[in-house]
Design a binder for this molecule. Sequence first.
Ligand code: MG
Length: 329
Amino acid sequence: MITLGIESTAHTLGLGVMDGKKPLANIIRTYIPPEGEGIHPRKAADHHASEFVPALSSALKAANISMNDVELISFAQGPGIGATLRLGVVMAKYLSASTGIPIIGVNHGYAHAKISEMFSGLERPLYLYVSGGNTQIMQEHEWRMEVLGETLDIGMGNLFDTFARGIGIKRAHGAELSRLAIGGNYVKLPYTVKGLNLAFSGLLTSAQSLAKTHPHKDVAYSMMETAFSMACEACERALFLSGKKSLVVCGGGAQNRRLQGMLASMCAEDGVRFGAAPDEFNRDNGAMIAYAGEILYEKFGTIPIEKWGAIQDFRTDMVQEVVKKRQGR
Ligand code: MG
């Protein structure tokens, strides 16, 4: 099945095409806010609106297909920023209405998990989902995701971005912070794991105040090491409790090589297999939305266009609820 996937939950507009498990195109256009600013919802939505048609053309061209070849249109239903999310939903609905191609909405976190599972080749793994707004440990049951543990406050990505912005890093995100952290020395910071859950706000506050007196390099290094260690501990506990024999890390934060390395060595010690997708598919992207759309469409079918809408606070473990509601059960 050839599926067009539309991602627009936050700063990234993604137009991807999948043919079953084969990626045919994955066009990514990211809104970059002015230096030192976070994402402005309307400006990000304006960016996606003006990039949509060129990105769609590029995706169809890269996949060497036309709209007539598309059999399913899949869009990210949430969670996300209202303005950008709705833009994607409107575009998906317009395309579906004007072509008659069926449409399906998918959960963004579910899509991250499923595409990474596909690339890792590991079946039914435990998932660690790490992104700006999310840090969740999940397992999938027959047709739903269960969140075993998660951050009790901010996502790991937000921890890094907020700290980076505070110390004046211009393009404030995890990758820049990782570059700064190279060769840093460890200083002790709060470490908060509660069972399978994590909390990062105490770590952020302490790192911010430590940065006033300590070299930024040392604080950045220590904050990242602490956050990654916390994630490892919670994952290791979840692996033992769930009896899972494999772990897949997914989401934007999964691109971090230090995090990947720490998880991989923890898994190796425990005799657990570890996997991650290529970076392009860990970033927010349209291919993962297409892939997850195909899975859900084959499992549950779909509903008429007018019944679809954005769900801004769409939790990964609400997938079941939403499917049931849409089937009128
Ligand atoms: Mg994401």
